[in-house]
Design a protein around this ligand. Sequence first.
Ligand SMILES: [Fe+2]
Length: 252
Amino acid sequence: MTGSTTLFHVSDIHFGIEDQRAHAWFAAAVAQERPDAVICTGDLTQRAKHSEYAAATRWLKELGVPVFVEPGNHDLPYYNLAERFLTPFRRFETLAASVHCDLHMPQLIVIPLRTTVRAQRRFPWSDGVITQRALSACLTELERHQGDRRLKIIACHHPLVTRDPARPNPTIGGDEAVLALARAGAQVVLSGHVHDPFDFTREAEGRSLRMIGTGTLSRRLRSTRPSYTALEVTQAGGLTAWHRVFEGEIAA
Ligand SMILES: [Fe+2]
């Protein structure tokens, strides 16, 4: 992969209900292949406990490569409602400060988009919401890089849209965000949350936005075994993605 950039995209590692064998499998791949960075799109913990955050921090640091993190809905305080409402991202930000890196690389830029909120008018609160503020922050960053030919990758926890446009979109503001991001020059969106990998392209006003979701390394499986995604970005800006599935014995 000379001249290209390799990223490992992992999500929903869920310390507290992690699959330790799947975690070890991922860490071994990082040690062996030395990707240029790991992107983790949220749900680092199961209940945002201090002990779960401590374990996640240790694990991410021990990977020994640059790590980019975004929070998921499980990363906001679950038991301490006062903290959830007053400082919802404090525990996450403590972790982020100790592992986080800005991913501005020779071939790509990774820009975060916050899709988790402390509360919303509907249930479940686990579904995604893209606030005007979060979208504006992301668009401002894209605007700053207008004319920059590097691949613009958005990293968020919740998928912005579903593969089938006829199905209801559980992410509030997702459709509008896709349109705005495509207009602003984003080319790829990486997400997690659904615990099953996917890869499809959504057209918006003649522009293409590739939506790549990765699986989980936790015991909370849906239809896929534990997995992560390896991404290679070439010098010409091409992107190849491989969903890698854990073939070993999975935790009960
Ligand atoms: Fe989630």
